[in-house]
Design a protein around this ligand. Sequence first.
Ligand code: AMP
Length: 471
Amino acid sequence: MDRATYNNGRAAYNTGTAGRLRLTLHAKRGDKPLVSEPRREGSPNSVRAVKGMNDVLPSEVGRWHRIEAAFRRAMEWLGYREVRTPYVEPTPLFVRAIGETTDVVEKEMYSFSHHDEPLTLRPEGTAGIARAYVEHKIYNEEPITRWYYLGPMFRAERPQRGRYRQFSQLGAECFGDAGPGCDAEMIDSLVDFLRDIGIASPEVFINSIGSGDTRARYKQALVAKFVPVKDKLSAESQRRLVTNPLRILDSKNPVDRELVQDAPKVLDFLSDEDRAHWDALRRHLDALGTPYQIDTRLVRGLDYYGRTLFEIKGAYDKLGAGSTLIGGGRYDSMITELGGPQVPAIGFAAGIERLLIASEIQVPTSVVDVLVAPIGEEAFNAALVLGRDIRRVGIRCEVDTRKASIKALLRRANTLGARIALIVGERELRDGVVEMKDLAEHMQERVARADIVTRVATHVAMPFVAHKRAP
Ligand code: AMP
């Protein structure tokens, strides 16, 4: 039985030490907290968070922990280990690894110069991780490296729901395995992960943009297709026709999209090796029973990709246009680009805020298991000692040190989602007992001070059974 249940229902209990006062309290069924979208309140002089950079308040952090824990578990089951790289990297790293003509590098980086060194707040995780992999020569230590990460990224984008200027990504990179089995396993495990965090129907989209030769031939074909209709293309796509024609395929402009309809398909240009990789990827996904759709327009924003590309979308109703939950792909040439040997790689990243918006999961709202409520001056020290003794056996316990009324103390116990309230008053002190209330079971008993810690421990471990009572 999940402890969340204690606090999710209606709690009604007798509050008075001798049944004097009867109070019915309703534990709020925790409304699903979202990411704190920007609030614009306060006096004109108040200092506010930077636009697009949001606070995550304690009431929301529980859902973050749940998603982060599910991700860590999913990755560790697959043999991935966590890596942590700096938030700030030399600007040329991103220019080289992500590509000069990408939106991220062209428009979205927070770059600055410190003592003449050009630096950038990381806009994504892969470049820094690939740098660390090369810098520490990890390729000399192991044939295959599986690393995962979680943390904040920074992009100067126009903020909207699911798109922020500081956002958090979880992601992973696998270095050293060029095979399509690695790609299929990654995609399949992500579908399981999304289900585990309460995203019911994730949709997988895959494509292959082949390796270097394939892409060169395909780019030529795209240029040949679009040059005659150049004037009809959006200004952005006209520019891309010169700098990065592949990106015309994922233009959001309606006229561009119309023209892209009958553009040549990259899959028709795959070399024999690229085709073998692509066919095997689909066979592996079929063997794993992972449903997927082929999207030949899927090119993704970053320059470093080759062969397998994938996106996982979902929760269209909640995320609208920003429904891409996870994006990933193979980048077999990045490690050489960064000065390392030829090591193939594949990785993915997901925005945690988007996962939170899409996910149906709820988490326990309980903050502590026990509230110790001292009544009267004399009981105060005894309550402090009792609280410490309870925490020493590993039970979460708050001592309410406000010297408040019994009514206020019990209201606090309810707000905290405490299962048990321990009342220590002068009479209890004199009698060497503690008044114990199980707020979920609506039970109340006097327990000898010498036995109370064990008694509390048994109660906290005991599932709340009220729901099992006959209707
Ligand atoms: P990308 O690194 O652009 O491939 O993005 C990978 C994933 O990160 C996307 O599918 C989103 O879930 C998330 N993401 C990217 N940019 C943002 C942003 N500005 N705000 C929130 N999430 C983002």
